[in-house]
Design a protein. Structure first.
Length: 268
């Protein structure tokens, strides 16, 4: 490619496919999500090389233009990408352009799209704790007349809630841009309301609910339904969240278009 012939997606794919060192090409981002392409969308392409392979394509490492972004990695590096990390959702929903490993590239993507039972248990536990703590701080700030701090903590808690809910379904959380896209195609489950197995001892959920009670109840503008999100051993399959957690998420999405504070379930 010369200065008169800038590097474009179709030409690069043809070039890469002709190189035996390339074992896979993977397209991520808006062009991997049906209906999300805009006139500003570029092509985000992973170029996966056989381990220890040598190729002139490495000269394009870090290439970034409004048309084409390239990430050139070895197969080992590709297996590890986003595991864990911010990149996981992008790769979980990526499209295979070239797979010279008899489906091996597709299997790697499938592994990124699904959290194992132990991983889901740990991740959802951690995010539940973070959600309860953010909620607790928000309620305390509201009590103390710190309106801005209360709203900021409440807004931050939404990320924790989303991370937890998707981990409970053994999935990486989508980026905000793709949240509605993801839910339209693969909704979170709405389990039938049923009592959970009682969780023994103290928990973030219990602390948040007791603290809210001591403060005179729930401020109307704040999310309080940590109830129904206690995971117990959910990741290991011994109990399930109630419908309240999923209901809270859908309320958040419904309110998002008209309210800067995406909180509240209307449930005590």
């Amino acid at each position: 490619m010369t200065a008169q012939q800038p590097l474009v997606y179709d030409a690069f794919v043809e070039l890469a496919a002709a190189d035996s060192a390339v074992v896979g090409l993977v397209l991520k981002g808006s062009r991997a999500h049906d209906g999300m392409v805009t006139p500003h969308s570029d092509h985000d392409l992973y170029v996966i090389l056989a381990d220890d392979a040598r190729t002139d394509l490495t000269r394009f490492a870090g290439h970034r233009t409004p048309e084409l972004d390239l990430v050139i990695v070895s197969l080992t590096e590709f297996r590890a990408a986003g595991m864990p990390g911010f990149e996981r959702y992008a790769l979980a929903r990526a499209q295979v352009v070239l797979d010279r490993l008899d489906g091996g590239i597709a299997r790697i993507l499938a592994d990124k799209a699904r959290l194992g039972a132990d991983e889901a248990f740990k991740v959802s536990s951690d995010w539940l704790d973070a959600y309860a703590n953010s909620l607790y701080r928000s309620v305390k700030n509201h009590r103390d007349g710190q309106a801005l701090a209360a709203r900021l903590d409440a807004a931050e808690s939404v990320r924790c809630l989303l991370e937890m809910l998707f981990a409970l379904d053994h999935r990486p959380r989508p980026y905000n841009k793709y949240l509605e896209w993801e839910l339209a195609r693969q909704p979170l489950p709405r389990p039938a309301a049923a009592p959970l197995h009682p969780c023994r001892g103290d928990s973030p959920r219990g602390r948040a609910r007791r603290s809210a009670g001591r403060m005179g109840g729930r401020p109307q503008s704040h999310a309080t339904s940590v109830r129904g999100t206690e995971i117990c051993s959910y990741g290991r399959g011994t109990c399930r969240p109630s419908q309240h957690a999923s209901g809270l998420l859908f309320r958040i999405l419904s309110d998002a278009r008209g309210s800067p504070v995406l909180l509240g379930t209307g449930e005590g």
